[in-house]
Write a protein that binds this ligand. Structure first.
Ligand SMILES: [Zn+2]
Length: 208
């Protein structure tokens, strides 16, 4: 993890609370956390997390904590929700006409722990649905899910989508069904935080 004043998405003097994460992946035959062996998957071979440390980029501890959690989410393999950044997002039933109900519902139990790719899930283009009031995912690049229903300092800030994606990437065999915590309540408060994920690219650090 690095504090930098000049990286791909910001320049010297930028005052935003901002981070970006770079991930290197390799196609491998992986052993899943559920025990499945020789599973064709992309494995993460390296992660760099960058946070804006321009002198005028000032963080509260709660903002820094939320931003860092979002970036660590990338480091674990979770994508940004917004399709202008990540071209795909896993869900069970996303409907752009009903993002509040279809993005917030619980689907972790649908993951086939022995063969996640065969789960009854799909990859969706989420578009601009995530700024919708009531959709407050930690993995929203814009706003990091911070809202009245998922406020800074919320000790249970993970939503069903984060639980579901974690279960997809690192399948856990539970002895009984464990339901995630309740989804956040609707809100309209979005902080000016922007965090992005870049995958499978060489570093494009600007040199000036
Ligand atoms: Zn992000």
């Amino acid at each position: 993890m690095f504090g930098v004043n000049d990286v791909y998405f910001w320049d010297p003097g930028n005052n935003r609370n901002q981070g970006e994460t770079w991930i290197s992946t390799n196609f491998t035959l992986a052993t899943l956390t559920s025990g499945t062996t020789n599973y064709q998957a992309k494995s993460i071979s390296g992660v760099d997390i960058y946070l804006n440390n321009n002198s005028n980029a000032v963080y509260t501890l709660d903002v820094f904590s939320r931003l860092l959690m979002h970036e660590i989410g990338h480091g674990l393999g979770l994508c940004d929700a917004e399709s202008n950044i990540s071209s795909s997002f896993i869900d069970d039933n996303f409907n752009p006409n009903d993002p509040v109900n279809t993005l917030n519902n619980s689907w972790a139990s649908l993951v086939d722990v022995y063969d996640p790719k065969s789960s009854s899930l799909s990859v969706y283009n989420i578009g601009n649905a995530t700024p919708v009031s009531g959709v407050d995912l930690l993995m929203e690049s814009n706003g990091l899910g911070i809202s009245v229903g998922n406020p800074l300092g919320n000790p249970n800030l993970l939503t069903n989508d984060e639980y579901g994606t974690r279960q997809f990437l690192y399948p856990f065999i539970a002895s009984n069904t464990q339901e995630p915590t309740t989804v956040p309540e609707p809100s309209s408060f979005i902080l000016f935080i922007f965090a992005v994920l870049l995958m499978n690219r060489k570093r494009l650090l600007k040199r000036k």
